[in-house]
Design a protein around this ligand. Sequence first.
Ligand SMILES: C[S@@+](CC[C@H](N)C(=O)[O-])C[C@H]1O[C@@H](n2cnc3c(N)ncnc32)[C@H](O)[C@@H]1O
Length: 180
Amino acid sequence: MTSFTKYALKNLKLTGSVIPSSRFLANKIAQQIPKESRTIVELGAGDGVITRYLLKHMPEQAHLTSYEISKQLLPHLAKIDHPRFLVSNHSALELDNDFAQSTVDVVISSLPIALFDQAMKQQLLSQIRKVLTTNGLFIQYQYLPKDKKLILQYFPDTKTLWSALNVPPAFIYISRNSAK
Ligand SMILES: C[S@@+](CC[C@H](N)C(=O)[O-])C[C@H]1O[C@@H](n2cnc3c(N)ncnc32)[C@H](O)[C@@H]1O
C-alpha cells in the first residue's frame, strides 16, 4: 500500500480518492503547460506523483510551487530535490496571500472540490482567477463530473478532457483566464 493510500483511507474528505494518479494522467496534464510558462502552482500535491512528472516536463525557465495540507505527506515532497521547486504546507486557500495578482501562469489542482462546501469552492476559484495572468491556465482534475457550471462562472473559456487510463478515470477541466 502506498503512503498516499494509507493517508487517503483515513482522510477521504481531503483526498476524494485512495489511489494516486497515473503517469498517463500526469502526461496529459503536463502536455497542457504552455512553453512560455514561468510560474506554475500545484494545489494538492499528495505524495508528489504528478509533481515529479511536472518537474521533468515543465519548460526550462519555469519554477513550481506545490501546496499540500497534509503533514503526513510532506516528507515525501521534501525528498524531491529540484532547483526550481518549492513545497508549501499552506492551505490552497492562502494562494492570494502567497502570490500577487496576475503573477501565476498555470494553476494545476487535484483538490477534491466536489467535496468542498459552496463558500470554499467560491473562495478558491476567485483566488485562482485573481493570481492567474491574463490567458493563464487553470487545470482541475477530478473523478466526478461535478462543478463545471460553477467553474464556468469564473472561467467561461473552459474545455473538458477525459483520461480513461487512470483509476478511477479522471475528468480534466482546462480553463483559460480572461482579461480582468
Ligand atoms: C485527490 S488527492 C491528489 C494527490 C495527487 N496530486 C495525485 O494526483 O495523486 C488531493 C490532495 O489535496 C490535498 N488537499 C486537500 N485540501 C487541501 C487544501 N485546502 N490545501 C492544500 N492541499 C489540500 C489532500 O491532502 C490530498 O493530498
